[in-house]
Design a protein around this ligand. Structure first.
Ligand SMILES: [Zn+2]
Ligand SMILES: [Zn+2]
Length: 250
């Protein structure tokens, strides 16, 4: 079985699209030899009122505190926020939840509609990347998730290189890590982001990366992380985790 150090993107039953129990995640990750896991449940202000989001995350964090006592794995209290730049009031409320250790920023919708529905529209990729640029320019996030995730819905993915460059330069400037989302391997045959974007990140001086399986099922935990770690060695990126909202090199 492949050994991994950290999986920084996992969904539990506190996400609308996962039924994974934290204790089952811990058992599996102990088998994989992990030292750190980040539970990064969805926050979608589009679909849930702010007070309910806060309540759900607070209950989950209490559960994590309980389970943390019985394991050597460090459990990082993360969230994955959809389009945080569109919900300043929600983000402000989250900033007051003291024990959130890690915030992933994601684009899951285009013009308020699901990506699945919109992706094949002519300018969908541009709208998606423009929204991402707004997010990384203005939101308080630690990691940019699955940069080219939209490609899983497309037969061809030809993004505007200038937009990709702006996004990468902005995350480097603002010290936001780039996620290597290994679910890309099962969803699109390559990581999110793929090689071309990783080359650009390297060229512009990008260093910080985190690995995440984006698991929603038990078999997806840690999926392809050991493999990615090997394959990406030539880039010489700094692999790390986010703890207490700061990047820590592994
Ligand atoms: Zn996501
Ligand atoms: Zn996710």
């Amino acid at each position: 079985m492949e050994k991994i150090v950290a999986d920084m993107h996992i969904h539990t039953k506190y996400s609308f699209d996962s039924s994974l129990k934290i204790k089952h995640i811990l058992a599996k990750m102990e088998d994989l030899g992990a030292k750190y896991i980040a539970l990064t449940d969805h926050v979608e202000f589009k679909n849930q009122p702010v007070n309910e989001v806060i309540r759900r995350i607070t209950v989950r964090n209490q559960k994590i505190d309980e389970l943390q006592k019985g394991t050597d794995i460090t459990i990082i209290k993360g969230i994955e926020v959809s389009e945080p730049h569109l919900y300043p009031a929600g983000m402000e409320a989250l900033a007051n939840v003291e024990d959130i250790d890690y915030i992933i920023g994601s684009i899951h919708h285009i013009c308020d509609a699901s990506m699945k529905k919109m992706a094949e529209f002519t300018d969908a990729v541009t709208l998606y990347l423009e929204s991402m640029l707004s997010m990384v320019t203005s939101s308080d996030i630690d990691t940019l998730a699955h940069l080219d995730y939209i490609k899983k819905y497309l037969t061809e993915f030809n993004p505007d290189p200038e937009l990709i460059e702006s996004i990468l330069r902005e995350i480097i400037k603002r010290n936001i890590a780039l996620e290597i989302n290994t679910s890309g391997m099962r969803r699109a045959g390559e990581y999110f982001p793929g090689e071309g974007i990783l080359d650009m990140y390297k060229d512009f001086g990008g260093k910080h990366i985190t690995y995440g399986s984006d698991a929603h099922k038990i078999d997806e935990l840690g999926d392809n992380i050991a493999k990615a770690h090997e394959e990406l060695k030539p880039y010489d990126f700094e692999e790390g985790i986010i703890l207490k909202r700061g990047f820590k090199k592994l």
